[in-house]
Design a protein around this ligand. Structure first.
Ligand SMILES: Cc1ncc(COP(=O)(O)O)c(C=O)c1O
Length: 397
């Protein structure tokens, strides 16, 4: 799919680490370069042509994001530095002021660090209680969500797609359940928004966090979506220029309305404009096609690998574009170093989901995560290299 748009692929490179970050198409690179080359100016500040163009491009991206996730209003889209920043703002800008000691927040042991550590900090700071929804064969089920609820449950915070196994959580069902039970649903969309259609209204998502760099966009930009009535109650976690309408020596301070109130300081303008180009690119292909392509590649890999007994695959049955595996008896990092010898990039380790290993009973895995530019031919090459993995220790050591 459109490989020629990705200049980095002209090099000898098979890139299967898309869960970590994705490659950038020329269209995104051009959008970023165009800003720096032709119309650099700050946002929301000036009255001259370039500055007005920046405002237009910046706000146009907000509209693109709004449409991409089917939000109701631009006021619900806040630009942040990434999914981690978005999740931290949800916890320290909203939850800190709206939860009470003893209120319960449900997460799972398969969450990324960014959806665990802010909650654990708030637990220490405020006395909320963080609990884990038990996993069923490593997966979240609505039944287990229901079983975990108590009268104190106020929030459920889950990745829509996990970054270790790539399982897709039943967010629609959980969203309905949350609505019926007056529970806030926070969704970490870092691994879902880049790969599938996400509709925040249909899914009844209260807050959503994701990163531009995992969806063809630049690093250092992310999105925080929140329902307008919730963002109205969110406290800024940064204060300064851009977000205030006035302040006086008598210390009378007034902040602007949404979304600007939550975007203090000069934003990552080039990054936001690049995200706009990335959304255009993804929309032109279609999220359903992208998801189908990734699923197809996984099935292709599984078919090719079916007689390779040395491969231990942990998520065969999951219909997604991610493969968690190890070569039997080989440390995952050694496998990644071995594959790197053939210019094949995979991720090895615990993928920032450090408590999942208690459930998976395996400390580290190798992760292949596909994206729209990956091909069957690349998988053929990977399979060849894995078949010859008896050389692994000569190459790695
Ligand atoms: C599920 C999940 N959540 C959150 C993050 C954090 O994203 P970022 O590092 O872009 O803030 C990641 C990154 O790998 C992730 O996979």
């Amino acid at each position: 799919m459109n490989r020629e748009d990705f200049p980095i692929l002209k090099n000898e490179l098979i890139y299967f680490d898309n869960g970590a970050t994705t490659l950038k198409p020329q269209q995104v690179i051009d959008a970023v370069t165009d800003y720096y080359t032709n119309y650099t100016a700050n946002a929301h500040r000036g009255d001259y042509d370039n500055s007005l163009k920046v405002d237009m491009m910046y706000e146009e991206t907000r509209t693109k994001v709004k449409n991409f996730i089917h939000a109701n209003s631009e006021k619900e889209i806040i630009f942040t530095s990434g999914a981690t920043d978005s999740l931290n703002r949800i916890v320290f800008g909203y939850m800190k002021y709206n939860l009470q000691p003893g209120d319960e927040v449900l997460i799972t042991k398969a969450e990324h660090a960014s959806n665990v550590l802010p909650w654990l900090e708030l637990e220490k700071e405020k006395g909320i209680v963080v609990k884990y929804i038990p996993l069923e064969n490593h997966l979240v089920t609505l039944e287990n969500v229901k079983r975990s609820i108590t009268e104190h449950t106020k929030v459920i915070s889950l990745a829509q797609v996990t970054n270790v196994l790539g399982d897709v959580r039943p967010i629609f069902e959980i969203g309905e359940f949350c609505r019926e039970n007056n529970i806030l649903l926070v969704v970490d969309g870092a691994q879902s928004v880049p790969h599938m259609e996400v509709d925040v209204i249909k899914l009844n998502i209260d807050f959503l966090a994701f990163s531009a760099h995992k969806m063809l966009g630049p690093t250092g930009v992310g999105v925080l979506y929140g329902k307008e009535e919730l963002l109205e109650k969110m406290h800024p976690t940064s204060f300064g220029g851009g977000m205030n309408s006035t302040f006086t020596s008598d210390k009378i301070v007034e902040y602007k309305s949404l979304p600007t109130r939550l975007e203090a300081g000069t934003p990552n303008i080039a990054g936001v404009i690049g995200l706009g180009a990335a959304i255009d690119y993804l929309t032109n292909i279609g999220m359903d096609r992208i998801q189908e392509h990734e699923k197809h590649l996984k099935q292709y890999f599984l078919e090719k690998a079916k007689d390779m007994n040395q491969l231990v695959i942990y998520n065969k049955d999951l219909d997604n574009g991610l493969i968690a595996f190890n070569i039997d008896g080989v440390f995952s990092q050694d496998t990644a170093v071995y594959l790197n010898h053939y210019h094949i990039c995979v991720r090895a380790g615990n993928h920032c989901a450090k408590i999942l290993k208690e459930d998976l009973l395996v400390k580290n895995t190798c992760r292949i995560s596909f994206y729209l530019y990956n091909t069957e031919e690349e998988i053929d090459q990977l399979i060849e290299v894995l078949k010859n993995s008896k050389d692994i220790f000569q190459i790695v050591l």
